[in-house]
Design a binder for this molecule. Structure first.
Ligand code: HEM
Length: 409
């Protein structure tokens, strides 16, 4: 049987450092410095006062994320938090299935499964291509130089998710800024709550309008199919819409920006992508592994005693499945710090694992592939417009990404 926790007080434990102390956006995850020796699991103090187990090897990360004893419900007492929670209100929780456990979780997720199947996403590809071309046209007409985050990485997934959900793109400044507040670690509880309230109010009005007017988009279909039939309440539909809108643009935007920075460091790969766009799927998988933008990992609460990697985890204890370090596990990825498109990175956990594994991954993959191929074809001479060591990271976000990416061509 496994070792049980000796009981140092949280004050003796290393603090899970947030923001992550890295010098350059493409540095390996600094979190692995928290590991003592060969231990795949170690205890860390959390910025909110408690402590949690840090799980860092690929096999154990998968084990935690697929194990039914681990809950994703942040409202449960003892849940490991990196930021204090506002006082939970029922309205705030409705429809947010990313924080729910089975069987409740599955009821919501299944309503969306058909929308995100590969064949549904394939039908969106012409729109993604048009979107990419449109923002590249604008960027080329206005530049050089340009901020690739502002001109390309952020608007492309924002417009695509607007189109899919049926959210007016002209409101992008509103929902982008509120999403950023939600994902920001240094804002106050009140500010985070305010941003969540504003997003809910906005999408509540939109859901009401879809109920009245119908439409040919995901939210209109959800309203027509489920809300009308009584399977879903208004607040639940609104919560699902908030989740999809926030998760659907910010993540992919950060991936496009960081991926471009990686490609500028590997000009051979950038040129190869232009010469053979068939390389894009393998490139995208390796970028997902290498960048792992959900850098702070996935927190879970043990609801029963479980043994993970030889360590006994007790009911009521928190765990953080550290995706970024698991995706650099030498046992799973040889020479893991090397960016290697040909390694076959498909077993990475950048989209998580288990019941909550990212529902948007076919969409994210299609957007990344199309956006990066178009960039390589259109701007073969793309280069940084500032020194490489001055590219600014967004330091205070739960999602790893660049503030700006000044480029020229
Ligand atoms: C869940 C990453 C893009 C919607 C997740 C999870 C991860 C993740 C790690 C698991 C969270 C957990 O287990 O607690 C990413 C990355 C993306 C991306 C790296 C871009 C490269 C998207 C897109 C959408 C989306 C484009 C929507 C259109 C969701 C939703 C969930 C989720 C709704 C919750 C699923 C559930 O709880 O069943 N994502 N995501 N994501 N993602 Fe993504």
């Amino acid at each position: 049987s496994g070792t049980t926790a000796t009981q140092p007080t949280p004050a003796d434990l290393p603090l899970f450092p947030f923001p992550e102390p890295v010098a350059h956006p493409l540095d390996p995850p600094a979190y692995r410095d928290l590991l003592s020796g060969e231990a795949p699991i170690t205890r860390v103090a959390l910025p909110t006062g408690g402590w949690a187990w840090l799980v860092t090897r690929l096999a154990e990360v998968r084990e935690v994320l697929r194990h039914p004893a681990f809950s994703a419900d942040i409202a449960k007492p003892g849940f490991p938090l990196l930021r204090p929670l506002p006082r939970p209100r029922d309205r705030d929780r409705a429809g947010l299935f990313i924080r729910m456990d089975p069987p409740e979780h599955g009821r919501y997720r299944r309503m969306l499964t058909p929308e995100f199947m590969i064949k549904s996403i394939r039908r969106l590809e012409p729109l993604i291509q048009q979107t990419v071309d449109r923002f590249l046209d604008d960027m080329v007409a206005a530049g050089p130089p340009a901020d690739l985050v502002d001109a390309y990485a952020l608007p492309v997934p924002s417009l695509v998710i607007c189109h899919l959900l049926g959210v007016p793109y002209e409101d992008h400044c509103f929902f982008q800024s509120r999403s950023r507040v939600l994902l920001n670690s240094s804002v106050s509880v009140e500010e985070a709550q305010g941003a969540a309230d504003e997003l809910r109010d906005y999408l509540s009005r939109l859901v009401t309008a879809k109920q009245r007017d119908g439409g040919d988009d995901l939210l209109a279909r959800l309203v027509a199919g489920r809300l009308r039939g009584g399977a879903l309440t208004h607040d639940e539909a609104v919560g699902m819409a908030v989740l999809l809108l926030v998760a659907g643009h910010e993540t992919t935007a950060n991936m496009i920006g960081l991926s471009t920075l990686v490609l500028l460091r590997h000009p051979d790969q950038y040129a190869a992508l232009r010469d053979d766009p068939g390389r894009a799927p393998a490139l995208v998988e390796e970028l997902l592994r290498y960048l792992t933008i959900v850098r702070t990992g996935l927190p879970r609460l043990a609801l029963a005693d479980v043994e993970i990697g030889g360590t006994r985890i007790r009911a009521g204890e928190g765990v953080i499945a550290l995706l970024s370090v698991a995706n650099r596990d030498e046992g799973a990825f040889a020479d893991a710090d090397r960016f290697d498109v040909d390694r076959g990175a498909h077993q990475h956990v950048a989209f998580g694992f288990g019941v909550h594994q990212c529902i948007g991954q076919p969409l994210a993959r299609a957007e990344l592939r199309i956006a990066l191929v178009a960039l390589a074809e259109r701007l073969p001479a793309l280069r940084l417009a500032i020194p490489d060591d001055e590219v600014p990271l967004r330091r205070d976000s739960f999602i790893y990404g660049l503030q700006r990416l000044p480029v020229t061509w």
